[in-house]
Design a protein around this ligand. Structure first.
Ligand code: GLA
Length: 729
């Protein structure tokens, strides 16, 4: 068992292969956080906690005259409310008597083999070959009888610890939750920490930002109803000294697709608290007696090996313990072509088949019909919600269209945006009350569509039925599931006034129910997530979809940054990446090299390509398949940082056995008569010898990694190189 309870010291020590995490039932039964970092023995490290009389930091009543014990200066595992701790709170309970208080003390614990599950929310799972254990610690407020159950999952080999929380109303009257964080992690001294986050915007998702901790609360979060383009539910706390290759790094990845908050507070004594969970904005959840509220899971990792070490931990774990789709590892992902940038909504069956026929010459396996095939959908003013084939466009009917594509020996894929409705749709005319609109007010317009109220069971059932009807009716191999606006006008006609503070979260719960009923019931379909590009690219979504569209921005030079940022936590095999017309001066080969950093495909009108261009594409599709086992299963290295001034961007994949590697380089800037530049691969076997692109001559791993490979600078603008390294056996 990876979890040790020391009866005498009352410490819980959670051990993974290289890390330890410790907490203690301490003074007055408060659950104190003691340690998270490199492995330590089973030793009570509470000696680190010094106690002084801290002015203006109150003392719990039971500590009597001991003025040195204040919760404001104690590292807590889950902070109390109104007990003298003035830092960012883990929980805010409004009790039935109107008081705002939660005074949780450890009353019970349970150790079990295996990984806990949540009933209402997606979470990571343990495979048969994993050693995973669970610890549950119960904190009880004796007065209100409100319980907080802290859940810890320990994945020993993977070096991963997960946390989640359940709040139980054990009292006999309803209470309200105004804030429930899933994680509270206190560091006794955090003044030398940096916070790394992935902010962005539409078309420029997950750029990387690093800030020093200063004495205030640094909030990273979303209030857009989804995890958003603007921030991502993933943050890193690292040492000031941490670099790509070395230094302390803690990662926190929240499995939630709605409003989230990560709050990092450096307090008056340089203590650092990180909280993470559902964003408390417009959140007020009623909990009746006996009811349970679940907070989403946080997946944590620690390494001393810098950002690369941290990324490797997440990539490995998320490739195996997050999504159960057979497309994760059993079945190879197809090379696809998507109709969107080729035809937008202006197509009919004949045009689609023509594109597919041309794509056949490019090595494409799967044809995807994007937006515009259903209802009355000729532009973005109408049709959403009516998931029936528009036979004035698909004149031959869906069956026949799929048949024609299959006859080309290609698979067929289709686009949906289930969560939305157009005012000009049969669905809206029949059920205006299903749309998210505040009574008496006009809903905010965004892409001319309104969100459906997914907190409603009848809306969920309608979506499950209408989408499944299409999926079960034709031979569909792939689905792109889109959502194209942020939520506003948060309101449900199905809930009373006093429960409107539950709508944001109930929407997400409803969404997961719909996804369970559509995605998990179609294990043979490859699902790809999308939100106007990468607007809801988060770990919870990757529980359902093995891949997610990174961005609507297909410019290959911008993509270098997009892939770089996304790769901090999400494996490159989850990153939807296509070759499109965007990037006029960038050669097709370079676009392909960039798309091979992800799932690879095309987003253009194949009928417009010359025979020569189609041949280039055919060759690139072949290379994608050739390198598939390296790029989908190997270790990923960011060799340069595209946010820094430089003349090239380079990255690398290495197979786990270090036998093969693919080094990719894009020249982003040509300088006249410039210095010679080198790319230095990583992760090779120093003493082994490697051939490069089939050369007879070999070079040692050590020389390649330390001296580097010279990059030819006498090349056209935006040239790319791929160096395929194979170890001599
Ligand atoms: C979003 C997606 C695009 C495309 C359009 C269709 O913007 O990101 O790829 O599917 O919707 O409307």
């Amino acid at each position: 068992m990876a979890i040790i309870f020391n009866e005498k010291a009352k410490t819980f020590t959670l051990n993974t292969k290289h890390t330890s995490y410790q907490m203690k039932i301490g003074n007055l039964d408060y659950l104190l956080h003691l340690y998270y970092g490199p492995s330590i023995p089973d030793e009570d490290v509470s000696w680190q906690i010094m106690q002084y009389d801290r002015g203006f930091s109150g003392n719990p009543y039971e500590s009597r005259n001991a003025r040195t014990f204040s919760l404001d200066a104690q590292p807590q595992e889950y902070s109390t409310q109104q007990q003298g701790d003035f830092r960012a709170a883990s929980i805010e309970v409004i009790n039935s008597d109107g008081s705002y208080s939660f005074h949780g003390k450890a009353v019970d614990y349970r150790l079990t083999k295996g990984k806990y599950k949540l009933d209402t929310l997606p979470c990571v799972f343990a495979r048969e070959e994993d050693t995973a254990d669970t610890l549950e610690v119960t904190l009880l407020d004796q007065v209100s009888q409100v319980k907080v159950i802290l859940l810890f999952g320990v994945f020993q080999e993977a070096d991963i610890i997960t946390r989640a929380v359940k709040v139980v109303n054990g009292g006999d009257r309803p209470i309200h939750l105004a804030k429930v964080m899933s994680l509270c992690l206190d560091f006794l001294n955090g003044s030398d920490f940096d916070l790394v986050s992935l902010p962005g915007r539409y078309g420029q998702e997950r750029q990387v930002e690093r800030q020093h901790m200063t004495h205030h609360i640094h909030n990273i979060g979303s209030v857009r109803g989804s995890s958003s383009h603007q921030q991502n539910p993933f943050v890193i706390l690292c040492g000031r000294e941490t670099t790509e290759d070395c230094g302390r790094c803690y990662g926190f990845s929240l499995m939630y697709s709605g409003n989230f908050l990560a709050e990092a507070e450096l307090d008056q004594y340089d203590q650092l608290r990180l909280g993470m969970g559902i964003n408390p904005k417009q959140f007020l959840y009623e909990l009746k007696p006996g009811e349970i509220f679940e907070g989403p899971e946080v997946v944590m990792a620690f390494t001393n090996s810098g950002f690369t070490g941290l990324s490797h931990l997440y990539h490995d774990f998320y490739r195996t313990n997050l999504c159960r789709s057979k497309f994760v590892s059993q079945v190879e992902r197809p090379v696809l072509i998507n109709s969107w940038e080729a035809a937008f909504m202006d197509f009919d069956d004949v045009k689609l088949v023509e594109i597919a026929k041309a794509a056949k010459n490019m090595g494409v396996d799967l044809f995807v019909m994007d937006d515009g095939w259903f209802g009355k959908r000729d532009d973005d003013n109408s049709g959403l919600g009516d998931w029936v084939v528009n036979e004035s466009k698909i004149k031959c009917g869906l069956h026949k269209l799929v048949e024609q594509i299959n006859d080309l020996d290609m698979k067929f894929g289709i686009w949906f945006e289930p969560e939305m409705v157009s005012e000009d749709s049969d669905l809206y005319r029949a059920h205006p009350d299903w749309a998210m609109e505040i009574p008496g007010r006009h809903a905010v317009r965004s892409r001319n569509q309104i969100a459906l109220d997914l907190s409603r069971r009848d809306v969920q059932d309608y979506l499950i039925k209408s989408v499944n009807t299409i999926l079960d009716d034709a031979n569909i191999y792939y689905v792109k599931w889109d959502i194209n606006r942020s939520l506003t006008d948060i309101w449900s006609n199905d809930l009373p006034a006093e429960k409107q503070g539950e709508v944001y979260h109930r929407y997400i719960l409803g969404l997961y129910r719909v996804m369970d009923a559509i995605i998990l019931t179609h294990p043979d379909i490859l699902f790809e997530g999308c939100s106007g590009g990468g607007g809801r690219f988060d770990a919870a979504m990757l529980h359902y979809y093995p891949q997610y569209w990174v961005s609507d921005n297909n410019n290959p030079i911008d993509r270098l940054k997009l892939h770089y940022g996304t790769s901090f936590v999400y494996p490159t095999c989850t990153m939807g990446a296509h070759i499109s017309d965007s990037g006029r001066f960038v050669p097709l080969e370079t676009k392909a090299v960039v798309a091979m950093c992800g799932t690879f495909g095309y987003e253009l009108d194949a009928t417009h390509l010359t025979e020569k261009e189609q041949k280039i594409c055919m060759e690139q599709s072949r290379l994608f398949r050739k390198y598939y086992h390296i790029t989908f299963k190997g270790d990923f290295y960011r060799l340069t940082n595209p946010f820094e001034m430089g003349n090239m961007t380079a990255w690398q994949h290495v197979t786990k056995d270090k036998r093969e590697s693919l080094v990719s380089v894009v020249v982003t800037n040509l300088t006249c008569n410039g210095p010679q530049e080198y790319v230095k691969p990583k992760g090779l076997e120093p003493s082994a010898r490697y051939s490069i692109n089939g050369s007879e001559e070999t070079r040692s791993g050590a020389a390649l990694m330390n001296a580097g490979i010279p990059i030819n600078r006498e090349v056209p603008e935006y040239s790319a190189f791929q160096f395929y390294l194979v170890r001599e056996d």
